[in-house]
Design a protein around this ligand. Structure first.
Ligand SMILES: [Zn+2]
Length: 142
């Protein structure tokens, strides 16, 4: 799948990079992603002047390490689909599901299956009491 649901563990919802980095540092990370994207969503390819920076994490559950893999520049629709939990709370869950199916060329059943798997990953990761953050990706910006 090109577009995947990424449910961040609850403990991390409010400790995103914008609160760890200074505004100038976050700006450098964001602009690096936008420069690579060159005006196109890095997931669906939509051309937009309003790209959003998305932090992609990898989870090592055995060692409780949450690693920042990259920061990508994506469109609002892809961003809302990725964070479908939050998007549903804003009443835009249906649109996010439709965008997911369109980008991935998948059926409703396949989308629901992927969402079920993402939710199962999410529940399991929420049982980790404390994630250690690996932010080595940011070294080149600091
Ligand atoms: Zn997109």
């Amino acid at each position: 799948m090109k577009l995947n649901f990424e449910l961040v563990p609850d403990s991390c919802w409010y400790s995103n990079l914008r609160s760890i980095l200074s505004p100038a540092q976050w700006d450098a990370v964001r602009k690096d992603a936008y420069a690579r994207a060159n005006g196109k969503c890095e997931i669906c390819g939509a051309e937009t002047e309003r790209l959003e920076a998305h932090e992609r994490w990898a989870y090592d559950e055995e060692n409780a390490v949450q690693k920042l893999e990259t920061v990508t520049a994506i469109c609002k629709n892809c961003h809302e689909a990725i964070h479908i939990g939050r998007t549903e709370l804003m009443g835009r869950g249906r649109q996010a599901e439709e965008h997911y199916m369109k980008v991935n060329g998948c059926s409703y059943a396949e989308m629901r299956k992927a969402l079920g798997e993402a939710n199962a990953d999410h529940r399991r990761r929420n049982r980790v009491p404390e994630w250690k953050l690996d932010l080595s990706y940011l070294k080149k910006f600091i």
